[in-house]
Design a protein around this ligand. Structure first.
Ligand SMILES: [Zn+2]
Length: 525
């Protein structure tokens, strides 16, 4: 991949982020439980029929492909947010854009009173992962440009028809309650839900369902992954001719000393830690002593260890500034907890997963999957035809650290699980051209509708079966009592809304020619 330094740093760091949610490799043992399919009742039949209308798949498949073609990086998802929020408004939802100080975050609401159920969508892309859709070998659309290598293009187009179908059933059968649809930008850099939770946007919800693309239709529960601080350390020195450097103070030296100190610190951190950094700024030419340099750190550990670890890393930066005579400042971009998904909600969703089942794949879709598996050197199994069994992270197993997601912040304010969107090719690689290719086209359109059915049916269960809702609430309240919400963000921290701005200003004009059509989203010149 042809990436510049900043692109590369974001790509490398982003690669690790969502590993915890849908990676086939986990550092915590996963166990399985069997669940019986849900019963279908009148209201649920209505919702499933509503979503089975071929027009739904056509419309929201087209929307998913359009967002895929916009491939906007975190905090810059303006077109992606527009296509989603316009549709929610057309379907009678009241939309508030720019929540929690982030221009591309939104909340859409319909209905009144309790219960209050929610759906969560992300829509950010990844740098450097541009790829032709439905091409099973590496072939970028715009070389070097961003691409949807994590499938976030599918999330909103699955969440919206689920919300609209649920609304239709509530109107048809007089079911009481409120639906909220959340737009959470910049998941790949773990940002939006941290700030939305700090503003208590999820406090009044009974439960929120999220979704994520992959090859499987399934869900999981338990405590997983690591808490994280994302911090940029900046050093300011004094420049001079590097051949007469007596009066200079090198900011680059400070970055190097900080990294050496952090790498010695690593040995003495509890083994659940993960510590990684990229140098994002360090001078332009060897004969000019750099007077500015920055290094971006991800500091990860369990909830009870991450703050102390973050302090120790700050001390490495202080020591480097002292040693080099430079000034040090740092900015926390985000800070999130470990993930917590309740069993009761996962079981309810799994029953609906068993009820809905996998989509029927065409021979053409299977052939594409096998061709990509051959290209990647994977076993040529094609697309799966069975749903996944319910998985959980075994708390008895030794925890040895892992990835992070800012959805953890939502999980500290309400019950939440993630349901898979099938359609991607088994054996593909997350945050890689193969996932960008597999997140496009007819198989993913079927996956979107399948996922929407599970989401809508599960929320309907919560609205119509008070005993199920009570189980979910009781489990969440127990968790919240044991592990009450408080933000890790230092006081006064603002969301980094300028993140990726320059990158998108560079790429957007080059990408416009490859935007896919969608009604109302024409480009005005
Ligand atoms: Zn993702």
């Amino acid at each position: 991949m042809n990436l510049n330094a900043v692109n590369r740093c974001i790509a490398v760091t982003a690669t690790i982020l969502l590993a915890v949610v849908f990676s086939p490799v986990s550092t915590v043992a996963q166990r399985y439980v069997d669940v019986e399919p849900a019963a279908e009742y009148r209201e649920k039949g209505f919702v499933l029929d509503w979503l089975s209308n071929p027009d739904v798949q056509e419309k929201y498949g087209m929307m998913s492909d359009a967002i895929w073609s916009y491939a906007e990086l975190g905090m810059q998802e303006f077109r992606s947010m527009k296509i989603l929020t316009d549709d929610l408004e057309q379907n009678g939802f009241q939309v508030e854009r720019g929540v929690s100080g982030m221009p591309t975050a939104f909340v859409a609401t319909w209905g009144s009173g309790r219960p209050v159920v929610g759906l969560m969508a992300e829509y950010d892309a990844l740098p450097g992962l541009s790829q032709q859709g439905d091409v099973p070998h590496q072939q970028p659309l715009v070389p070097g440009a961003p691409g949807h290598g994590c499938g976030h293009n599918q999330q909103g187009p699955a969440v919206i028809p689920a919300a609209v179908a649920l609304k239709a059933a509530m109107e048809e059968f007089g079911i009481q309650g409120t639906i909220k649809v959340f737009g959470g930008p910049a998941e790949e850099t773990l940002i939006s839900r941290v700030y939305m939770a700090r503003d208590h946007l999820f406090d009044d919800l009974d439960a929120v369902l999220a979704n994520h693309g992959g090859s499987r239709l399934g869900t999981r529960y338990g405590v997983s992954g690591n808490a994280i601080f994302s911090t940029v350390f900046t050093f300011t020195g004094r420049t001079a001719h590097a051949a007469s450097p007596w009066t200079a103070r090198s900011a680059q030296d400070a970055v190097e000393i900080m990294n050496v100190a952090a790498n010695y610190l690593r040995e003495h951190l509890f083994y659940t830690n993960r510590l990684h950094y990229v140098i994002v700024d360090a001078g332009e030419a060897p004969n000019v002593v750099p007077d500015h340099a920055s290094v971006w750190y991800f500091t990860r550990n369990t909830d009870d260890r991450v703050e102390e670890m973050h302090e120790k890393v700050i001390n490495c930066a202080r020591a480097a500034a002292l040693a080099t005579g430079t000034e040090m400042s740092y900015r926390v971009l985000s800070a999130a907890h470990q993930s917590r998904a309740p069993k009761s909600l996962a079981v309810l969703a799994q029953r609906n997963i068993e009820l809905v089942g996998m989509p029927a794949w065409t021979e053409e879709e299977q052939a594409f999957a096998r061709e990509m598996q051959r290209e990647l050197g994977e076993e040529e199994t094609g697309l799966p035809t069975e749903v996944e069994r319910l998985r959980y992270w075994d708390p008895e197993t030794t925890f040895t650290g892992g990835g992070s997601s800012d959805i953890a912040e939502l999980q500290m304010q309400t019950a939440n699980i993630t349901v898979g969107i099938p359609g991607a090719v088994p054996g593909d690689v997350g945050h890689h051209w193969s996932r960008t290719a597999g997140n496009f086209g007819s198989a993913t359109h079927k996956g979107i509708v399948t996922n929407a059915k599970v989401l809508a049916a599960t929320l309907l269960d919560l609205l119509t079966m008070p005993e199920e809702l009570q189980l979910v609430r009781d489990e969440f309240e127990t968790q919240a009592a044991e592990h009450p919400y408080r933000t890790f963000l230092p006081e006064g921290t603002e969301p980094p809304i300028d993140l990726n701005k320059e990158l998108m200003e560079k790429w957007r004009p080059l990408m416009e020619a490859t935007y896919l059509p969608y009604p109302g989203m024409e480009i005005e010149h």
